[in-house]
Design a protein around this ligand. Structure first.
Ligand code: URA
Ligand code: CA
Length: 433
């Protein structure tokens, strides 16, 4: 088989066979196919697309390029959740304890990563002492006994995706639905869960900028998952403005605690109940999405969900007293309100740029070597559609640096106030089963 023939075949709009896709993925992973030929094929896929069978084959070739996590020693149906990114997305911190509290096993392998805030592990490390260095046996024991544990990434999962994603990043081929879908699904499938719930974001803070593209991406991923025996569902949700109020590590932990108590922001609570219902339903702990939602609501109002958060944090060495005393979490030195320059209705809070402002404060990593400041970030006081008076705070900045002029300027550039009434945008656009 020759790579040049595969490139020309896709360039001319034909379907690639299973063997051709495997030849490409294996050859690129082991270095026998050079970057320039892989780039040419990625660009051909970008323009010509891929059908369902090709997408499934590409996904599975990437899954088979490395290790797969074996969760078979964990009792029950394992459900994983994945969000396609966003700003201030506190859902994982809420959903883990919430669904575990109703008996759904949460066996989460997580990372740190780059971005506006840290990854799930960084956020959880806001609890002093919390650690994710568990042996495989400890991890399985914790999930079997109390239904939830988070462990750091280990093993060599989807090396083909790592190499291809890096190449796409520098060849203008990231924004292709078949390539995004197979990249995300290969990682989720290799991570070992039986069922997958996807939160596909749209808006300024997301890959997909409109509903029809997001819908196509979601449908593609659901199709790939179901075609390889992993029951998959998806939600399309708004990421034009940040989710909830808090953007920052300890600040989001506080927000997650409030949400588990039933006092969280409306949008964050609603999204967690929607995604959580799908997880509970797929894990067969409820016979309908409505029943699943009711079970989750009861767990919040009875305090069971919050109790599960404490058990989870304590079992991985964290100081669980912070759940009742969030003032014991890292605190920023300077707390500064950002006042509205005029009265009106909030029209825009551009999610990605507000995320960058949080990163500039130190909440996230610009490079792998950057240190995260757990205490800092932004808490919105207003959301799109809210009325604001001149000089009233739109948001509060939590900083350990005294000079925040650049952050303040960036925030003002990305907040728009309208003189006409603005209606709040829809949170959930579509549910794909
Ligand atoms: N996230 C991924 O993991 N892969 C993509 O291709 C895009 C977003
Ligand atoms: Ca948030």
């Amino acid at each position: 088989m020759r790579m040049i023939d595969i490139i020309e075949k896709k360039r001319d709009g034909h379907e690639l066979t299973t063997e051709e896709i495997q030849f490409f993925v294996n050859g690129y992973t082991d270095g026998s196919i050079p970057d320039y030929q892989a780039s040419a094929l990625l660009m051909a896929i970008f323009f010509q697309g891929m059908n369902h069978v090709e997408q499934k084959n590409l996904t599975m070739a990437m899954v088979n390029s490395g290790d797969q996590v074996d969760l078979s020693k964990i009792n029950g149906i394992k459900v994983d959740k994945h969000s396609t990114g966003g700003v201030g997305d506190t859902t994982t911190m809420v959903l883990g304890p919430l669904v575990a509290s109703v008996g759904v096993p949460v066996a989460k392998m997580s990372g740190r990563g780059l971005g506006h805030t840290g990854g799930t592990i960084d956020k959880l490390e806001s609890f002093p002492g919390f650690h994710v260095e568990l042996t495989n046996e400890e991890f399985i024991k914790l999930v079997n006994e109390q239904k939830i544990a988070v462990v750091g990434q280990s093993g060599n999962l989807t090396p083909a995706d790592k190499k291809l994603y890096a190449l796409r990043d520098v060849t203008g081929t990231v924004n292709s639905i078949p390539l995004i879908a197979s990249s995300i699904m290969s990682k989720k499938i290799a991570a070992g869960a039986d069922c997958i719930v996807l939160d596909v974001k749209i808006g300024s803070g997301a890959f997909m900028k409109n509903v029809s593209d997001a819908k196509e991406l979601a449908e593609t991923m659901v199709e790939i998952g179901n075609s390889v025996g992993r029951k998959t569902m998806a939600v399309i949700s708004d990421m034009d403005q940040p989710l909830g109020f808090a953007i920052g590590n300890a600040l989001e932990i506080k927000e997650a605690i409030e949400t588990l108590k039933g006092n969280g922001p409306k949008d964050l609570t609603e999204l967690c109940l929607t995604l959580g219902s799908q997880m509970v339903y797929l894990a067969k702990k409820a016979s309908s999405l409505e029943e699943a939602r009711q079970i989750l609501n009861e767990s919040i109002s009875s305090g069971k969900a919050l109790e599960k958060m404490k058990i989870f944090i304590a079992s991985q060495g964290g100081d669980a007293t912070c759940v009742d005393h969030p003032e014991r979490l890292a605190q920023a030195k300077y707390i500064i309100d950002l006042p509205a320059k005029e009265s009106g209705w909030i029209k825009e809070l551009t999610a990605d740029k507000i995320g960058v402002a949080a990163m500039l404060l130190g909440a996230g990593r610009e490079t792998k070597e950057s240190e995260i400041d757990l205490a800092v970030g932004i808490v919105l006081r207003k959301k799109v559609g809210d009325k604001v008076e001149k000089d009233e705070p739109i948001l509060t900045i939590y900083s350990n640096k005294e000079n925040i002029d650049a952050v303040r300027e960036l925030l003002y550039e990305n907040i728009r106030i309208s003189q006409e009434e603005v209606s709040p945008p829809p949170l959930i656009h579509e549910i794909i089963k």
